[in-house]
Design a protein around this ligand. Structure first.
Ligand code: FAD
Length: 485
């Protein structure tokens, strides 16, 4: 039997479910990745993610060649390209890993249909999460909608199954001789320009790509993991792992990360940080499950009553939104965070919460606008976690913060960037302001402002809104959902 392994968001040559199953169940295995025009055609022409994928594919091809195989890379519509490639290579089956996004599920169903009509089959496998779909359910056999009981049931299941089974790496090397190598000229890997994309600042940012890049980040994080619980909320500190983009594109295996966290907890080397980090990895599984179980969250509130909220509209809303996107709200922590996103494609988790809350509950803008902006800019954009994060901030999600909990952007700034280190990094024009006033420059006494070289409304914007007034408006706006809160 001949098989084609279709790589998507699993760009690695080790611990890979579909590749493992293909190698154990067939004699000849081809590997392919499609730059899907259904996705690429809508992206801005300079997109760090396309460049990240491209670099990671070159590494994957080299790794597969070292194992005796190769990677076919095409720029086409995946829905038709995969069945065509399967016919060209005369394979019996296509193997791929599960994707939980509604559009991807529809695409895979279509591919399966076309393959079937030609006498071929599509086999899919769980790979990018530990537990999926209906694997973790309540006692009443319903999906969870609250995180903590989900997490407890997730951990119980992991231990009940014995971690060895759930976390065991999928063996590749022993069967690698079944991989088929094609000459590089048969399906040459398109360049970024061939794909219609321009180079970005990805390499200037030193964002490591591919499996090696992910491994380096993990090794570096292993030394920081024990302090994760204390450092993770402070954006000026190197606290988190920065592995999100690698989890997004599968250059690292989630099983390996969970094993690392559990080992660190067992040996004690993980201090009080490892368990907290593991919790974040479980949040990731949780949001994939929510998206799979409740696909209506794409575009609509998880809690339907929240769709009745009336957001700001018209030119007024457009100009508020634009100021937020440009990092010109007049609130330094919010502005610095957006500049971090615009300049690097990454935003610290605390700041994702602060900026999302500010857009929704200070500016009164529909959470979907912010969700879309993050989707365009984040290197690690993942529909499930992004939607989950935005619906958490707008209080419309499962297990979201209550609608009347409204972050104060000044207090958040004083608490999590007390010395303004993060702010100064992205807003150097504020660098001379004292720690006392850097969180709300418009409150600075005129003399100090002048000495610091700042003119409000000229080289730094006046605040778009006053938080206390905005808060009162938001409580009115959310009054429609009071009965369900
Ligand atoms: P670490 O702190 O090292 O965490 C390790 C991993 O756990 C992350 O890489 C990620 O895979 C997972 N994780 C951590 N926090 C969460 C969470 N709250 N929900 C789901 N998974 C989590 N994460 C994305 O991966 N893609 C997104 O598009 C995304 N959008 C977000 C939007 C908003 C409004 C908010 C509040 C959060 C969003 N997150 C998203 C979650 C979180 O902010 C990022 O995963 C995290 O900042 C990535 O940095 P890290 O890899 O250093 O994380």
């Amino acid at each position: 039997e001949k098989t084609l392994v279709w790589f998507r968001r699993d760009l690695r040559s080790f611990d890979h479910a579909a590749l493992h199953h293909a190698l154990t169940q067939s004699k000849q295995v081809y590997c392919a990745f499609i730059f899907d025009r259904a996705i690429l055609d809508d992206l801005p022409k300079a997109d760090r993610r396309v460049e990240f994928i491209h670099a990671s594919l070159l590494e994957l091809d080299a790794a597969l060649r070292a194992l005796g195989g190769s990677l076919i890379v095409k720029h086409a519509w995946a829905e038709t390209a995969i069945p065509e490639l399967a016919a060209e290579l005369e394979v019996d089956a296509v193997y791929t890993n599960h994707d939980y996004e509604p559009q991807a599920i529809a695409r895979d169903a279509q591919v399966a249909k076309v393959l079937k009509a030609a006498g071929r089959s599509l086999h899919t496998f769980k790979d990018q999460v530990i537990f999926e779909k209906n694997e973790v359910l309540t006692q009443a056999e319903k999906p969870f909608s609250v995180f903590t009981p989900y997490k407890n049931a997730w951990l119980k299941k992991l231990h009940a199954e014995s971690d060895e089974a759930a976390l065991h790496p999928y063996e590749i090397d022993a069967h690698a001789h079944r991989l088929v190598a094609l000459p590089e000229s048969t399906y040459p890997i398109p360049s970024l320009t061939d794909l219609g994309f321009e180079k970005t600042n990805l390499s200037d940012l030193n964002i490591p790509t591919g499996m090696n890049g992910a491994q380096d980040l993990l090794d570096a994080f292993a030394d920081r993991m024990q302090r994760y619980d204390q450092t993770r909320d402070f954006p000026a500190v190197k606290g988190p792992s920065y592995l999100s983009v690698h989890l997004r594109f599968g250059t690292i295996s989630i099983r390996a990360l969970v094993r690392r966290a559990l080992d660190a907890m067992r040996t004690g080397s993980g201090g009080s940080g490892a368990a907290v980090w593991l919790s974040e990895l479980i949040w990731r599984d949780f949001y994939f499950m929510i998206l799979f179980q409740h696909p209506h969250v794409v575009g609509r509130a998880f809690k339907p009553d929240y769709d009745a909220i009336v957001w700001e509209s018209g030119d007024h809303a457009q100009s508020l939104f634009q100021a937020w996107c440009d990092g010109k709200t007049g609130y330094p922590l919010v502005d610095a965070a957006i500049l971090q996103l615009n300049q690097t494609g990454y935003m610290h988790n605390r700041l994702r919460m602060v900026t999302a809350s500010f857009l929704i509950k200070d500016l009164g803008i529909d959470w979907r606008w912010g969700e879309r902006y993050f989707a365009e800019k984040l290197n690690d954009f993942d529909l499930s976690a992004n939607n989950g994060g935005w619906q958490w901030a707008s209080s419309s999600g499962c297990d979201a913060q209550p609608y009347f909990r409204i972050f104060n952007p000044i207090t958040q700034s004083e608490k999590f960037d007390a010395e303004g280190k993060f702010i100064r990094r992205y807003l150097p024009q504020l660098s001379k302001l004292s720690n006392k006033y850097i969180h709300a420059p418009w409150r600075t006494p005129a003399m100090e402002l002048k000495m610091a070289g700042i003119e409000i409304g000229s080289n730094y914007p006046a605040p778009l809104i006053q938080h206390d007034e905005a808060r009162a408006l938001t409580l009115q706006r959310y009054a429609v959902v009071k009965k369900v809160a």
